[in-house]
Design a protein around this ligand. Structure first.
Ligand code: ADP
Ligand code: MG
Length: 708
């Protein structure tokens, strides 16, 4: 009899109906599902502690026997079970305590050699061992790291141990259950990894920490490799979608003269990072596939210019370009930015030297703006002009994606602030032709994470700001300095400047851990009634309707208010050049990269700008001081990742990091290796059909990704 990993469990091991039903509910159905139910932790039981070496607040493994067990009820009616344990070497008696563990008093083995592992607490000069794990043992020391499984509903740790070790393992060892490799063997060799079978067996009972690490590395690599393959296949599909329905754009040879001439029309010199990104994009156009690229760059790094350069070759070939931003204000801002660059070029006869092919009337590209608020005749005109190729560049909001907006020949779609933009929209864009696609994002995330989150795109990074940018003076402020800061803000307002005040909450909350945090509503009242009664103050938060928010942002931009008190909704890139002050309350509540995003709201004009970080009383550590010394968004994101894990990196939640079980996203080197291997595999053109286990894994991952 032979089984595969996908054989239902109940065909392979003895299993009660009740258990099988429960496991099914928990998605453990096949042999593989149970094999991938790995221990939650391991204990090194070869190392025993004797009485004199017990360490408080740590786990200790002891040998000995229980000599009595009894129940106790505390004064506040807590039920405890206590037992007396005699440690083997010292013969000293220790107390063990279980909290709310019913029935342990009935099953605890008395007067038998046992091994226990427990955290030791020192209370009133007495050692007590808390909720020990108990195992009877006969032999001498046990070898290796003893696996501890998690309980699942009523299914005990012990059940998992027995089924995996006593029923599945023998069948794996004698070959009844076959575990083929998913990762092609030559990659396992290249990166010094184990076979899948060895890795799985090891994870259930590692010999030592080294082999545990190796097994974890193996499965982590497998996970990342499969994930990268899925991304790369998806990228290929997107890249070739155009060729398939024959609407794709033909390759455009790179014309360095043209781009140089365009640079010459600018009032500044592009940064190296900008030049490299432009080059990468123009190289994409030379290929016979459609571009799928992400442009990442901090606020102010000059993404708009890169976008314009990306548009040029497409425009000159006579194709149309769409530019989409998440809100009307942002779209307008982009529209103005782009029109300015094009106008400068026009005025210096750039489009006379490089005329647009197939253009029926104008030499210069004509632009239009479209959003939900553009209706009626105006909208009809735009629709008509788009279809007849009278408009070359359409800038706007999601309104562009609507079905009745039809392009004559869309060649490139650019999306700003990508984290608001989903895969679905991307597909809608594809349906409007099969354009080259460029996403722009002001969320600097470490490269390794970008590979995971945006693996279906190529990556260009603007890692430098144009020279001469003012740095925003940033200071962590203590409560005693608050008055001084408020005075300073008032002086700035007197000089005609404006200020943002960010609070972590919308309404005041009495919930635990939130009492000290300021809310937008409370702060608005405090500032407008007590601190700045003579100033005009507005309030902005996520519970308001998008229209209301846009209105307030617009009014603030037009200087109708001096101070804007807001929650984190102010993050997205609205440009208010006159705002020079950013105050952030409860700053420790935010990740560094998010604080950096807030800070990016000021310093956009010519005036010197300031960022003040206030924190609650309980805040102690030094994390915030990184804001005073670092202005690089990528560095701050790396720091976030080190200090508080990847969840803290601003924008990461929205970008959809897939669910990974084994891989550690902090390990950039491993991620790069997996990507490299996946690219090598694809380049080798080996058909997936000759690697069936890999094919299955890829299909499974695809389903997973889609359902997210
Ligand atoms: P982003 O969209 O990346 O936040 P923008 O494209 O809005 O940044 O650029 C910010 C400002 O910097 C704009 O006023 C732009 O004209 C200007 N700028 C862009 N590139 C350069 C450069 N190389 N040198 C000087 N100023 C630049
Ligand atoms: Mg921008």
């Amino acid at each position: 009899m032979h089984y595969t990993l996908l054989t239902p469990l109940n065909k392979v091991i003895k299993i009660a109906k009740k258990h099988y039903e429960e496991l099914q509910k928990q998605n453990i159905v096949t042999v593989q599902d149970l094999l991938l139910y790995f221990p939650r932790e391991y204990e090194d039981r070869s190392q025993f502690t004797d009485f004199s070496h017990i360490r408080a607040d740590q786990k200790n493994v002891l040998r000995g026997e229980f000599i009595s067990v009894y129940k106790e009820t505390t004064r506040n009616n807590f039920h405890l079970i206590k037992a007396q344990f005699r440690e083997e070497t010292s013969k000293k008696i220790l107390e063990c305590v279980w909290f709310n563990t019913k029935g342990i008093d009935k099953t605890l083995p008395l007067h038998q050699k046992v091994m226990i592992s427990a955290k030791a607490k020192l209370q009133y000069g007495k050692i007590s061992l808390q909720t020990p794990n108990v195992q009877i043992y006969e032999g001498e020391t046990s070898e290796g790291l003893y696996p501890l499984y998690s309980k699942l509903s009523f299914i005990t740790e012990k059940w998992f141990f027995r089924k995996i070790h006593e029923e599945l393992f023998p069948k794996i060892q004698n070959g009844t259950i076959n575990i083929p490799n998913i990762v092609p063997t030559h990659f396992l060799k290249k990166f010094h990894l184990l076979s899948r079978k060895e890795a799985i067996l090891t994870l259930h009972y590692p010999k030592n920490k080294n082999s545990l690490q190796k097994a974890q590395d193996t499965l982590a690599f497998e996970e990342l490799f499969v994930l990268q393959l899925v991304s790369l296949y998806k990228k290929q599909t997107l890249q070739h979608a155009g060729q398939k329905n024959n609407t794709g754009i033909h390759p455009i040879p790179l014309n360095p003269e043209m781009i140089k001439d365009f640079f010459a029309t600018l009032p500044f010199t592009p940064t190296n990072a900008q030049k490299i990104a432009v080059f990468e994009i123009l190289k994409d156009y030379e290929k016979n596939i459609s571009m799928q690229r992400l442009l990442e760059g901090d606020v102010g790094s000059g993404k708009t210019l890169v976008a314009v350069c990306a548009m040029l070759p497409i425009l000159l070939e006579g194709y149309q370009v769409a530019l989409i931003a998440p809100t009307e204000i942002l779209a307008k801002q982009l529209f103005v930015g782009i029109s300015t660059f094009l106008k400068q070029a026009e005025e210096q006869s750039f489009f006379t030297k490089y005329p647009i092919k197939k253009s029926n009337i104008f030499n210069n590209p004509s632009t239009a703006f479209l959003s939900g608020s553009i209706k009626g005749k105006k909208r009809e005109q735009i629709r008509k002009d788009l279809r007849t190729n009278q408009i070359q560049i359409l800038v706007g909001t999601h309104a562009i994606l609507e079905e009745n907006i039809v392009f004559h020949n869309l060649g490139l779609a650019i999306v700003d602030e990508q984290h608001r933009f989903g895969v679905l929209q991307r597909e809608k864009l594809l349906q409007k032709g099969s354009p080259h696609f460029l996403q722009m994002s002001a969320t600097p995330i470490p490269r390794s994470l970008a590979i995971i989150a945006f693996g279906d795109m190529d990556l260009s990074v603007l890692n430098e700001l144009p020279p001469g940018r003012q740095t925003i003076e940033t200071k962590v402020i203590t409560e005693s300095e608050r008055r001084t800061v408020e005075q300073f803000i008032d002086d700035q307002i007197e000089k005609g400047r404006q200020a943002f005040v960010i609070c972590p909450l919308v309404e005041t909350s009495a919930s635990e851990g939130f009492e000290d945090l300021r809310s937008v509503e409370e702060e608005y009242i405090r500032l407008s009634e007590h601190i700045f009664p003579h100033r005009k103050i507005a309030i902005l938060h996520g519970k308001m309707k998008p229209k209301e928010k846009d209105q307030i942002m617009n009014d603030f931009k037009n200087k109708k208010y001096d101070i804007l008190v807001s929650t984190s909704v102010v993050e997205v890139g609205v440009d208010v050049p006159n705002a020079t002050i950013m105050v952030i309350e409860g700053a420790e509540r935010f990740g560094l990269s998010q604080l950096h995003q807030f800070r990016g709201r000021v310093g956009r004009g010519s005036q010197k700008s300031y960022c003040f970080l206030l924190h609650t009383k309980n805040y102690k550590n030094e994390r915030l001081s990184a804001m005073e010394t670092t202005t690089n968004g990528f560095e701050l994101a790396e720091l976030d990742m080190k200090l508080r894990g990847i969840g803290e990196i601003f924008g990461i939640q929205q970008s959809g990091i897939p669910d990974l079980k084994m891989a550690n996203l902090m390990n950039g080197k491993k991620i790069l290796e997996a990507k490299e291997a996946a690219e090598e595999f694809i380049a080798s053109k080996e058909p997936l059909d000759s690697h069936l286990p890999l094919k299955d894994a890829v299909e499974n991952r695809k389903k997973n990704v889609r359902s997210q």
